[in-house]
Design a protein around this ligand. Structure first.
Ligand code: UDP
Length: 338
């Protein structure tokens, strides 16, 4: 039997890949997105699209009342760690506020399952040991704190109303659809891999390396980069799994790479040296974030298909080469909406 899922934030980087995964698997999908950071051109044409904002309770009620939903995926968040340290109140009001309205509407309209895209940033400062789900949560940024608050809301929604949920703590989402249609195009771009690629291709100024005095082997931050297609399979498996019980999963490869190793990988794949300079630390960045993905692997059978950084970088580089301007201009976005 086919299912019909609502993907909130389905025009964003991870969301657009998820939507493509849902419809390619034969299920139906509707996207709700305010297009503040997402791209209409990234939404698979087989999905339905609704322009709307989680801040608007009327839109939410209308969408959730319009049909029976087999589950909701929530990926719509302000998502920049650095920005959250400049505007903490914005992150602490908008992200939890929007999630609270969505959870409340799901409860009132009888939606039984919700998968929430959380983040490794709920853990805060860590050391080289991979983080499992029993690691205490001490967010080091307002972004991470907002995710933590939403995770707590979901626990109350389950306890009082029986909503089944998954919190997926993603480590560093990267790469691009191997089919070549979808990729990473934030505006503004702040993420390491696309910025390093653009610096290598000469599309942007040299990369600023944020901090080389961390307590890590080469002094730069270590992250666990996971391919966006593998995050799609994690979402789909989590949605199935919560039929049995609510879950928290840490999702990464279980292997960390330093910022310098990422820059070397980009140089290797692009066939040049990445122009860069050392800059100061970025507020809110933990030195280490490495996942222990044992639980999701054991309980759902999740297995990442992209297991090396070079493969992930290569898929991102192919997309950037073929889409130097990202998806579309603002004018095209307006004409698609017309
Ligand atoms: N980073 C960097 N220069 C940049 C962007 C990021 O040195 O222009 C570093 C950042 O400080 C962090 C790592 O790269 O240690 C990954 O950052 P990103 O923003 O890609 O993801 P995050 O870990 O914040 O989710």
């Amino acid at each position: 039997m086919t299912s019909h899922f609502l993907v909130v934030g389905g025009a964003g980087f991870i969301g657009s890949h998820l939507v493509a995964g849902i419809v390619s698997g034969g299920d139906h999908c509707t996207v709700l997105d305010n297009l503040q950071t997402g791209h209409l051109a990234a939404v698979d044409p087989r999905a339905s699209f609704i322009l709307g904002d989680l801040a608007d309770p009327v839109t939410l009620d209308t969408v959730l009342a319009s049909q029976r939903w087999d589950g909701v995926f929530h990926l719509a968040d302000l998502s920049l760690v650095g920005e959250s340290m400049r505007e903490p109140m914005r992150y602490l009001t908008i992200n939890p506020g929007n999630a609270g309205r969505l959870i409340d509407a799901c409860i009132r309209h009888g939606v039984r399952r919700l998968v929430f895209t959380s983040s490794a940033n709920v853990f805060g400062n860590a050391d080289a040991a991979p983080l499992d789900e029993d690691t205490p949560m001490r967010p080091a940024s307002a972004y991470g704190e907002g995710k933590f608050i939403v995770e707590r809301m979901l626990q109350w929604a389950e306890r009082v109303h029986g909503l089944q949920f998954a919190c997926l703590r993603f480590f560093n989402a990267a790469g691009a659809d191997p089919g070549g249609r979808l990729g990473e195009a934030h505006q503004p771009e702040t993420h390491l891999i696309p910025l390093a690629i653009d610096a290598a291709l000469g599309h942007r100024p040299p990369l600023a390396l944020y901090g080389d005095d961390y307590a890590t082997p080469d002094g730069t931050c270590v992250r666990d980069y996971v391919h966006v297609s593998d995050l799609v399979s994690a979402h789909l498996l989590a949605m199935e799994r919560i039929e049995q019980s609510s879950v928290h999963y840490n999702v990464g490869l279980g292997r960390g790479y330093s910022v310098r190793e990422v820059i070397e990988s980009v140089g290797r794949i692009a066939g040049c040296t990445v122009p860069m300079h050392c800059a100061g630390r970025r507020a809110g960045d933990p030195a280490w974030l490495i996942a222990s993905p044992s639980r999701i692997m054991r309980e759902t059978g999740w297995r990442p298909r992209f297991t090396s950084l070079d493969e992930i970088v290569e898929s991102a580089l192919i997309w950037r080469r073929n889409h130097p301007q990202g998806y579309e201009t603002a004018a095209l976005q307006r004409s698609l909406l017309a």
